[in-house]
Design a binder for this molecule. Structure first.
Ligand code: 9MR
Length: 357
């Protein structure tokens, strides 16, 4: 049995180590996981935005700057300015860059969505897009969401311009078109990690079953897929324990296929009043939800990144999306003050490091 001295030395070491992680970034570095956030380059000139971002995170992902509607104002133009700003910021502050997203059936520019292109034309357009964008950022963007939200709630491919309306030539053939996209992406930048990114497939349900089956099939047939992105736009209206267990089980089965898992768009919305204010109880509850997600990720070495969808409640898609009924979903309030969720995640990241030693 260990002597009382050894126990107290061990405890002192634990306490000292917990106290030593001053930032999320420090805690994540020691836990061996990336901590990222979605960013809007138009905000980089705001001093507090830039300093909190650089201090707390070691990875960024452009929230919109690499989407078709920003990159491709018209059929012939590639406008890399906003994306380049994100890469420049990241390089200045020694952060990694995740790319989001090369292929999405939604929110495409009108010239594309309403252009009445043939399958053949779409196939050329998309292949060229993937190739030009990935080559532009080769060596700078380490991982890409090649395909975003291609499956519906039942796990079937969603109708989309790329799949079947009219699609790039694989309409009615299930996930074969996705396979093609990963092959094109690998060709464009063989060093980038290639992810399939999806919403509402974090726990065990029909959609996550379909993602699992797709990845298994891709791995079997040599399709170059490296990871799955679990978006995790969640709320406080859940049972934290069962969510944590289900996310952990989902991560474990995906990791067993030999892919990495990134939590890609984490935010935890809470009810807010008409002035956008949440109760302290709800913010504490939110902290426990965040803690559960971090715990689920750190339980499996295959989960290598945790990224939130923004970091300050000043800029978050949740309020407008919920028509003002929900908000305050992130780590920092509108004045960049850390919330209970921030402390919970920093502690959880620090704790894991200790248990591993
Ligand atoms: O937060 C993003 C918002 O600024 C954009 O207007 C919108 C459309 O491009 O996309 C939002 O981000 C989405 C992400 O790209 C994919 N998963 C869901 C996110 C929230 O809608």
């Amino acid at each position: 049995m260990a002597s009382p001295y050894r126990w107290s030395a061990f405890l002192a070491c634990i306490l000292a180590s917990i106290g030593s992680a001053q930032t999320l970034r420090e805690a994540a570095d020691h836990a061996g996981v990336l901590i990222g956030t979605a960013v809007r380059p138009s905000q980089f000139s705001e001093t507090r935005y830039a300093s909190v971002l650089a201090r707390e995170f070691n990875m960024v992902e452009p929230e919109d700057a690499l989407k078709w509607w920003v990159l491709r104002p018209d059929r012939r133009t590639y406008d890399f300015r906003a994306g380049d700003e994100v890469v420049h910021f990241a390089q200045t502050h020694q952060m990694k860059v995740r790319g989001h997203c090369l292929v999405w059936g939604r929110d495409n520019p009108d010239w594309l969505a309403k252009g009445h292109f043939t399958s053949r034309q779409l196939s050329h357009l998309l292949r060229d897009h993937i190739s030009r964008v990935m080559k532009h950022y080769a060596g700078e963007v380490f991982a890409w969401d090649v395909v975003n939200e291609a499956l519906d709630e039942s796990g079937k491919p969603r109708d989309s311009i790329w799949y079947d309306q009219p699609g790039i030539g694989f309409a009615g053939k299930g996930t074969e078109y996705i396979e093609q996209l990963f092959r094109w992406a690998h060709k464009a930048d063989p060093h980038a990690l290639l992810f399939y990114n999806e919403a509402e497939g974090e726990t065990l349900n029909r959609k996550s079953d379909a993602i699992y089956a797709m990845v298994k099939n891709f791995k079997k047939s040599g399709v170059p897929i490296d990871g799955v992105g679990l978006q995790m736009h969640i709320s406080t209206d859940i049972d934290v324990e069962s969510m944590t267990a289900a996310v952990s089980a989902n991560i474990a089965r995906l990791a067993a296929l030999g892919v990495q898992i990134h939590v890609t768009e984490l935010d935890v919305s809470v009810r807010v009043d008409s002035s956008g204010v949440a109760s302290l109880d709800d913010l504490n509850r939110q902290a426990e939800v965040y803690r559960g997600v971090v715990r689920a990720c750190l339980q499996n070495p295959g989960c290598t990144a945790i990224q939130t969808w923004g970091f300050t409640d000043k800029y978050s898609w949740i309020r407008s999306h919920s028509r003002g009924t929900r908000g305050q979903a992130l780590f920092f309030d509108r004045d960049y003050q850390p919330k209970p969720s921030y402390r919970a995640v920093r502690d959880e990241l620090s704790r894991d490091r200790l248990l591993k030693h």
